[in-house]
Write a protein that binds this ligand. Structure first.
Ligand SMILES: [Zn+2]
Length: 105
């Protein structure tokens, strides 16, 4: 924390906030691309292609929510749903990070 009389935000902090606000302003909330690309009439046909991949957790949770269709609305809204790995199916937490094996004593 700054001391008495010192500014709470420095020039770099302000610049970073302005840069973030500009990026958010210029990014399409629908597709996530820069608006200059996704809204350019020159890109209307034949420029983009779709890409699909499935989040298996989202799929699992959506399928589970679908089984609640006969529950009272309040119960559905109040029920917290999340996913976790089944016991014995947990991933190697360091997989893909290129970390050296370290002996823990
Ligand atoms: Zn867009």
């Amino acid at each position: 924390m700054p001391g008495p009389g010192e500014p709470l935000f420095l020039e770099d902090d302000t610049a970073a906030v302005i840069a973030l606000a500009e990026e958010e302003r210029d990014t399409c909330p629908s597709c996530g691309m820069p608006k200059a690309w996704c809204r350019d009439p020159a890109n209307q046909f034949g420029v983009f292609e779709h890409y699909e991949e499935t989040c298996h957790v989202t799929r699992l949770l959506a399928d589970q929510r679908a089984t609640w269709k006969d529950w009272p609305q309040g119960q559905q809204a109040a029920t917290q749903l999340s996913a976790r790995f089944r016991e014995g199916r947990e991933p190697d937490i360091g997989a893909g990070l290129g970390l050296p094996d370290v002996e823990i004593e």
